[in-house]
Design a protein around this ligand. Structure first.
Ligand code: ZN
Length: 288
């Protein structure tokens, strides 16, 4: 990617000394890994988004001046330096900044389950396909404003039973990777909205059981799977801490737990990295 002359883009570890005249991009954390969310702060002339790894991530005005946004590294990205392109109003690049992507090893898990859950009947396949269309539409939500403030917190206070990103083999067949974070809370535990947003999809789905998707604005959507009961309806505005439902084991689940999913511009990301990126120190003086 060509670097735009006259535009100084420096990457700082955190709120560091003021950069020289020109524009700059700061990252928090400074070295994100594949599958992780990082926060950017951009000082440039009216930037609107950051293009990274083939997707576009919105920017919004930061509290302390400048612009800010959340970006996700693809789970299957390689470690090494990758360019983030700052995009201006008319879609033209304002400059690029190198993002040092550090290595992260994801575990492999081999599961043996009932064969009918691996090889679906025609009827179940048709149902799962119909549901996937609705889920994709929810993940494509692009509310052009930020509906949340403050850090994201865990929706239930429980230990992790399965981390994000684990590559899974079902009965020896390679499937996708684990798309969220499993929290081992008992059945009936209230699930709290980790931040404010708007409920964009509620359903009872083949794979994910009773499910809630919350749109937080600017392409950030969170998901709650396998719920025993749902406490909200599509279109509801929810505040931080509001009950979304109760932990259960509906859909393709082997026992009560909460599966928490995080999607940024449709890209799956490790929910723990969202908690870290939004809880970290203000970048360059601007809070989230
Ligand atoms: Zn899960």
């Amino acid at each position: 990617m060509r670097r735009v002359a006259g535009l100084l883009l420096a990457v700082l570890a955190s709120a560091g000394p003021a950069a020289a005249a020109g524009s700059r991009v700061e990252l928090y954390p400074a070295t994100p890994a594949p599958g992780e969310v990082f926060r950017v702060r951009v000082d440039a002339e009216q930037p609107v988004s950051v293009r990274f790894g083939g997707r576009e991530f919105d920017l919004w005005p930061a509290d302390g001046g400048g612009w800010e946004g959340l970006v996700a590294v693809d789970r299957d990205a390689r470690a090494g330096e990758a360019d983030a392109v700052v995009v201006g109003r008319d879609g033209r690049p304002l400059g690029t900044a190198p993002v040092p992507v550090r290595a992260r090893e994801y575990p492999v898990q081999r599961l043996t389950v009932s064969e009918k859950l691996v090889t679906l009947s025609a009827e179940d396949r048709a149902r799962a396909d119909r549901e996937a269309v609705r889920i994709r539409a929810a993940l494509a939500s692009r509310t052009p404003r930020r509906l949340w403030t403050g850090p994201f917190s865990l929706p239930v206070d429980a230990p992790v039973s399965s981390p994000f990103g684990t590559r899974r083999y079902y009965n020896g067949k390679r499937r996708g990777y684990h798309s969220g974070l499993d929290l081992a809370a008992p059945r009936g535990t209230p699930v709290a909205a980790p931040a404010a947003g708007r409920v964009v999809l509620v359903g009872d789905f083949f794979y994910t059981g009773n499910t809630v998707f919350v749109d937080h604005g600017h392409g950030l959507v969170t998901a709650y799977f396998h719920l025993d009961a749902v406490s909200v309806s599509e279109g509801d505005r929810v505040e931080t801490g509001q009950e979304l439902g109760r932990v259960g084991s509906t859909g393709r689940s082997t026992g009560p737990h909460l599966h928490w999913g995080v999607y940024l511009s449709g890209r799956k990301a490790d929910p723990l990295s969202l908690v870290r990126a939004t809880a970290g120190p203000a970048v360059g003086g601007g809070g989230p």
